[in-house]
Design a protein around this ligand. Structure first.
Ligand code: F0G
Length: 460
């Protein structure tokens, strides 16, 4: 039996339909940086699944009656109840978004010179570690290096490498272990409960705090139910509860699995860390019962956390992503296998093998998707992760040239995703037509968002 979404559509928003000529002009004006495109020039926006999910009637009803008291509002208690239902952390704080949660928690945990070890730090997460003078070290499992393998938990941290780090000369300097579920920087792949349990054990043995970056906790829980032996009989909520219980705390952007436009969460067990977080939060984000969130967003998050963990919703979201993945691979475009839930990661390096890393095949494919079909997405390759010299030439390529095609929650129908697959299929018929790019300007920090590029015509 097919799955289907457990909702119907009651409010819609028109999307812009443009010509290729208009898109050529818009992309040139944006200096070939998809972050600089105005969204009224984008037909299907797959740049991110963050803050882009459709809200439910129940969320809007809750938002409409939100109590905006500065301290101790009803909205806060609803938020607390929803969070307490999932996590067992005695100290939880709302924060306006994930990166603020990172800053507040890491400032309370890490010291300059320490190391944060992760399966993969998301880019703002890495930046927040580095801004504190600490080092962000990624230890993804070896299985991830084979993009085509269908290993079920390629988001796992490399346990042997983690143990070596903790036991070795750098061990003293490890200030935290942070596991990102699902691993957004690593192909959107899930992390197994066995891996989380083993991290818990190592952290106990070496006395290091273990935190989750739980932005996509519900999708990770669902993929555990579906893929991990011994978990098939549990609900995704039970799995999520178990995952949170294994860690000493979490940061979680709730713009993803909170299905809300804005919001995040910090959760911790240690009362001393909680005190430091609270002072920092009040000084920089807001009072502990709103933390920089508007009351209506606290309400939307509280309701969203209940909706996101619904097995019918998660099954239909997984099926949508799998259907999209099938169409894209049938069209001749390889993806990081197996498909996860929040995005497809296209193997642009393989599709555009005529473009060397220095011509940014991932970016070339992202630009072509926009030019050919008005589809916006983002490169995750050498432009994002590579090493550059002062003249903006690539000196160290990234290990893979990928493009992330994110799938906002409840926002696009299968027909939209089928259209995107058609656009990709057209590109894949003659990839040699796709032009490469060169960087003309790039800032030193968070380069990705502020790049300026130039197109090098195909064959030049
Ligand atoms: N951690 C992960 C794993 C994320 O994916 C993100 C955001 C953050 C932290 C930061 O959260 O945006 O609320 O400040 N990811 C978005 C994305 C932006 O497109 O993947 P935030």
């Amino acid at each position: 039996m097919r799955t289907f979404p457990p909702y119907r559509i009651q409010v819609v928003k028109e999307i812009p339909i443009t010509t290729r000529e208009q898109r050529e002009e818009a992309l040139a004006r944006a200096a070939y940086n998809t972050f600089d495109l105005p969204s009224n020039m984008v037909t299907i926006d797959l740049l991110t699944d963050s803050g882009t999910g459709a809200v439910s009637a129940a969320q809007e009803a809750a938002a409409a009656q939100a109590d905006r008291a500065y301290a101790g509002s009803d909205a806060y208690y609803r938020f607390r109840a929803a969070v307490d239902d999932l996590t067992s952390y005695p100290h939880t704080f709302p924060v306006h978004q994930g990166r603020a949660a990172e800053r507040v928690l890491f400032t309370s945990v890490l010291k300059p010179g320490q190391i944060s070890v992760s399966n993969t730090h998301f880019d703002t997460t890495r930046a927040n570690v580095e801004l504190l003078g600490a080092e962000a070290r990624d230890l993804p499992c070896a299985e991830f290096a084979d993009l085509d393998s269908r290993e079920p938990f390629k988001g796992n941290i490399d346990l042997a490498a983690l143990e070596q780090t903790l036991a070795g000369p750098d061990g003293e300097r490890v200030g935290q272990v942070l596991v990102t579920i699902t691993n957004n920087g690593g192909g959107g792949q899930p992390v197994s409960m066995a891996n989380l349990k083993a991290v818990r054990e190592l952290c106990d043995r070496y006395g290091v705090p273990f935190f989750l970056d739980a932005a996509r906790f519900a999708e990770n829980a669902w993929l555990v139910v579906r893929r991990e032996p011994g978990y098939g009989h549990l609900t995704p909520k039970e799995v999520a509860q178990e995952a949170f219980a294994l860690a000493d705390g979490c940061v979680a952007s709730l713009k993803k699995d909170g299905i809300a436009p804005m919001g995040a969460l910090i959760g911790v067990r240690d009362p001393e860390i909680a005190k430091r977080c609270e002072v920092n939060l009040i000084a920089t984000e807001g009072f502990r019962t709103y933390g920089g969130m508007a009351a209506h967003d606290l309400e939307r998050v509280a309701q969203g956390l209940e909706e996101v963990i619904d097995p019918h919703y998660l099954a239909s979201r997984e099926a949508d992503a799998a259907h999209f993945a099938d169409l894209v691979t049938q069209a001749g475009v390889d993806i990081v296998q197996p498909s996860g839930m929040h995005a497809l990661y296209l193997n642009a390096g393989r599709l555009l093998s005529h473009i060397p890393p220095s011509g940014f095949p991932g970016h070339a494919l992202a630009c072509e998707l926009y030019l050919a079909g008005g589809v916006r997405c983002v490169e995750l390759g050498s432009l994002y992760l590579g090493g550059f010299d002062e003249n903006h030439n690539l000196v160290t390529p990234a290990p893979f040239e990928l493009v992330r095609v994110a799938i906002p929650r409840r926002t696009y129908t299968q027909a939209h995703l089928e259209y995107v697959a058609d656009v990709l299929a057209d590109i894949a018929k003659d990839p040699s037509r796709v032009a490469s790019y060169r960087v003309v300007d790039a800032p030193p920090l968070l380069r990705h968002f502020n790049l300026k590029l130039e197109r090098i015509p195909a064959g030049a």
